[in-house]
Design a protein around this ligand. Structure first.
Ligand SMILES: Nc1ncnc2c1ncn2[C@@H]1O[C@H](COP(=O)(O)OP(=O)(O)OP(=O)(O)O)[C@@H](O)[C@H]1O
Length: 605
C-alpha cells in the first residue's frame, strides 16, 4: 500500500469486496444456503399471499359465491406460512452461524500466519481488535442479518403483490418511501452520538459506584459518605438525562415512522376508493392492498431500525475481509530450496541494513553489518541497549526481511539467500528463542511437542535433560501431564525459557539464534540458563545475543555492536588484547563482582 503506514495500516476491504467474500463464504455451504433461501422465499411468499387471499374473500362474499374452497386455501397457506417462517428463521441463523464461523477461522488463521513485518506495521492492537471485537460484532449480528434478509425478501415480494393488484395501488404504496427516507436522514446522524454519550456517562457512573465500593473503608474513615453519595447522584442524573435524550429522539423517530405508515395507508385507501368508484379494481383488491401494506410495517421497521446495526456489522466485516485478503507470503523458490543446505549450515551476513521506519531519510537502526559464522561455531553479539542486537538476531533468523543486505546460508549442498526461502523452510533450518518465551495453556508434554508433534517420551525427557529441566519437571504433580500456562500452573520466566530451549532441542535445527535467553533470570537462575543455552548451542551454528558477558565469553567469537554497527569482532582473548570497547565492558563486568566464567572455557565449546 502506498499510503503512510500508520498504526492501523492493516487494510480495510471495500464494501463490494466484502459482499463478494460474504456471498462466496455462504456459497461454500450450498445445502445450508439453498435451504435458507428456499424457506425464506416460501415464508415471504406466504406472508404476501395471505392478504391477497383475504382480499379475494371479500369479493367472493360480495358476489355471493361459495366461500369454502377459499377458506380451505387460506387455512393451508396460513399453516404453510407459519411452518416455513419458523424454518426460515432457523435455516438463516444456521447459515449465518456457519458463515460467521468460517470467517472467524479464516481471520484467526490469517492473523496467526501474518508476517511479522505486517504485524509490526499494523501494531498488535489493531490485529487483536479485529480478531476479537470485530469478529464478535459480526457474529452477534448473525440473527439480525437473518431478520434483515427475510424483511428484504418480503418487501420485494410485496411490491410484486401490489403490482399484481393494480399499478396505481403500487404507486400509492410508494408514498411511504420519501417519508421514511426523511425520518432516517433526521434520525441517523443524531442516534450515533446520543448512544455514544449514553454509554460513556453510564461507564462514568459505574466508575463512581465502583470507586465508592472499593474505597468503602476510606469513605467511612473520612466521613465521605455524603460527598460520595452526591457524586453517585450527579453521575446517575447524567445517565438518566442521556438515556432520556436518546429515548426522546427515538420516540420522535418512531412517531415519524408511524406518520409515514399513516400517510402510505391514507394514500392507498384514497387511491383505492377512487379506483373502486371508477370500477377499475374490486373492493377485494383494495382490501388486499391495505392488508398487504399493514403486514409490511413489521419488515419495513426491521429494515429501518437495524440500519445502524447493519452498518456497524458491515464495518466490522470490511475489517475482517481486510485481514482475510492480506496477500500470502510467496512460496519458496524450488531452485533455492534444492540448494538450501540442511546440515552443517554456516551463516554469511553482508551489508545488512535495517530501518523500521521505511520513510525516506529515516535513520537505520542497523548499518552495513558483515558477519561470518562458520558451521558449528557460535558468535555472541554484545553491546549497549539499543545497539541493534535484537534487530540483527531477528533479521538473521528471517523473522522479517532487512531493508538492505543479505543473509546467506552456506553448506555442502550449496548456498542460498534466506530471502528466497519461505517461512517453513527457514523454520526447518533456524531455531529462534526470542526475548519472551510463551508457555501455552495445556499439558507440559503438549507445550514441548509443539516443536515436534508426536515426539516420543524418551526424546522429550532427553531434551529436558539437555536443558537441565528434568528434575523440576519430575517433581511436578503429574510430570509431563501437568497442566501449565496462563490459568494453570504458573511457571517462572526462567523455567519458561528452559522449556523454550527444550523445544529447540526437540526441533533440532542446524542453526540457532538465541536472544537474551538468560535475561529474565536472577543471577543463580541465569547461570543455569546459560548452561542450558550452551548445551543447545553446542554442535550447532549459533548467534547468541548476550547481555551477560559470561555468556559471550564462552562463545567461539564475539561481535561488539554500537549504534547499529559491528565495532569489534574476535575471540574473547583477541578482544581483551585489543583493549577496546569489549575490554572496557569486560573490566566493568568483572569489577561489578559478577561471577565471570573463565574465558578458557571458550575453547571447549
Ligand atoms: N519494532 C520496532 N519499531 C521501531 N523501532 C524499533 C523497533 N524495535 C527496535 N527499534 C529501535 O531500534 C533500535 C535497536 O533496537 P534493538 O532492540 O535491536 O537493540 P538492542 O541492542 O537489542 O537493545 P536491547 O538490548 O535494549 O534489547 C532501538 O533504537 C530501538 O528503539
Amino acid at each position: 500500500m502506498s499510503h503512510d503506514p500508520g498504526p492501523t495500516a492493516l487494510p480495510v476491504a471495500p464494501g463490494r469486496r466484502s459482499a463478494t467474500v460474504l456471498w462466496r463464504t455462504a456459497a461454500a455451504h450450498p445445502a445450508d444456503l439453498a435451504r435458507a433461501l428456499a424457506t425464506t422465499l416460501l415464508s415471504s411468499a406466504g406472508t404476501v399471499a395471505l392478504p391477497l387471499l383475504l382480499g379475494r374473500a371479500v369479493d367472493v362474499v360480495r358476489d355471493g359465491e361459495p366461500l369454502t374452497p377459499l377458506v380451505v386455501q387460506l387455512s393451508v397457506v396460513a399453516l404453510l406460512t407459519a411452518v416455513t417462517t419458523a424454518l426460515a428463521r432457523r435455516d438463516a441463523e444456521r447459515l449465518g452461524a456457519a458463515v460467521a464461523a468460517d470467517l472467524r477461522e479464516r481471520v484467526v488463521d490469517r492473523s496467526l500466519r501474518m508476517s511479522p513485518r505486517v504485524l509490526e506495521r499494523a501494531g498488535s492492537g489493531d490485529v487483536a481488535s479485529r480478531v476479537t471485537e470485530d469478529v464478535e460484532l459480526f457474529t452477534a449480528s448473525v440473527q439480525l442479518m437473518a431478520n434483515v434478509l427475510t424483511a428484504l425478501v418480503t418487501v420485494v415480494l410485496s411490491a410484486v403483490g401490489f403490482l399484481s393488484l393494480d399499478w396505481r395501488l403500487a404507486l400509492a404504496f410508494c408514498v411511504v418511501f420519501p417519508v421514511y427516507a426523511g425520518s432516517l436522514r433526521w434520525y441517523l446522524p443524531k442516534a450515533g452520538p446520543l448512544y455514544a454519550t449514553e454509554r460513556s456517562v453510564a461507564a462514568a457512573r459505574s466508575q463512581v459506584v465502583l470507586q465508592s465500593l472499593h474505597g468503602a473503608s476510606t469513605v467511612h474513615a473520612y466521613g465521605m459518605a455524603d460527598l460520595q453519595g452526591d457524586r453517585v447522584e450527579v453521575a446517575s442524573e447524567r445517565t438518566v438525562g442521556a438515556s432520556r435524550a436518546a429515548l426522546r429522539t427515538f420516540a420522535r423517530f418512531s412517531m415519524s415512522m408511524n406518520g409515514a405508515e399513516a400517510a402510505g395507508l391514507s394514500a392507498l385507501l384514497l387511491t383505492g376508493f377512487w379506483l373502486v368508484r371508477g370500477d377499475v379494481v374490486t373492493v377485494g383488491a383494495v382490501t388486499a392492498a391495505a392488508l398487504l401494506f399493514h403486514r409490511l410495517f413489521g419488515p419495513l421497521g426491521t429494515l429501518l431500525l437495524s440500519f445502524d446495526e447493519v452498518s456497524r456489522a458491515a464495518a466490522a466485516l470490511n475489517r475482517l475481509v481486510g485481514v482475510v485478503d492480506l496477500p500470502a507470503d510467496p512460496p519458496a523458490d524450488p531452485a533455492a530450496l534444492a540448494r538450501a543446505p540442511r546440515e552443517r549450515v554456516g551463516l554469511v551476513v553482508r551489508g545488512l541494513t535495517h530501518a523500521y521506519d521505511e520513510r525516506p531519510g529515516a535513520v537505520p537502526v542497523l548499518r552495513d553489518v558483515d558477519l561470518d559464522v562458520r558451521a558449528g561455531t557460535s558468535l555472541a553479539v554484545v553491546g549497549e541497549s539499543g545497539a541493534g542486537k535484537t534487530t540483527l538476531a531477528a533479521l538473521v533468523a528471517g523473522v522479517f526481511p532487512a531493508s538492505a543486505g543479505t543473509v546467506t546460508l552456506t553448506g555442502p549442498e550449496g548456498t542460498v539467500d534466506l530471502a528466497a526461502l519461505d517461512a517453513e523452510a527457514v523454520r526447518e533450518r533456524i531455531g529462534v528463542i526470542a526475548q519472551e518465551s510463551h508457555v501455552f495453556t495445556g499439558t507440559l508434554r503438549e507445550d514441548l511437542t509443539l516443536a515436534r508433534p508426536g515426539a516420543s517420551d524418551e526424546k522429550v525427557h532427553a531434551a529436558l535433560a539437555v536443558v537441565g529441566a528434568e528434575d523440576w519437571v519430575a517433581a511436578l504433580p503429574a510430570g509431563l501431564e501437568t497442566r501449565v500456562g496462563p490459568g494453570e500452573l504458573p511457571l517462572s520466566p526462567a523455567r519458561a525459557q528452559q522449556l523454550a530451549l527444550a523445544r529447540l532441542v526437540l526441533r533440532d535445527p542446524p542453526v540457532v539464534v538465541l536472544d537474551e535467553a538468560t535475561a529474565e533470570a536472577g543471577s543463580a537462575g541465569a547461570r543455569d540458563l546459560e548452561e542450558a543455552a550452551l548445551a543447545v548451542v553446542r554442535g550447532r551454528t549459533a548467534l547468541v545475543v548476550a547481555h551477560r558477558l559470561s555468556q559471550a565469553a564462552v562463545c567461539d567469537r564475539i561481535a561488539v555492536m554500537a549504534a547499529g554497527r559491528v565495532e569489534e569482532i574476535g575471540t574473547h582473548d583477541e578482544l581483551l588484547a585489543l583493549g577496546g570497547r569489549y575490554a572496557r565492558l569486560w573490566e566493568t563486568w568483572a569489577r561489578s563482582g559478577q561471577p565471570a566464567q573463565a574465558p578458557a572455557t571458550a575453547a571447549d565449546t
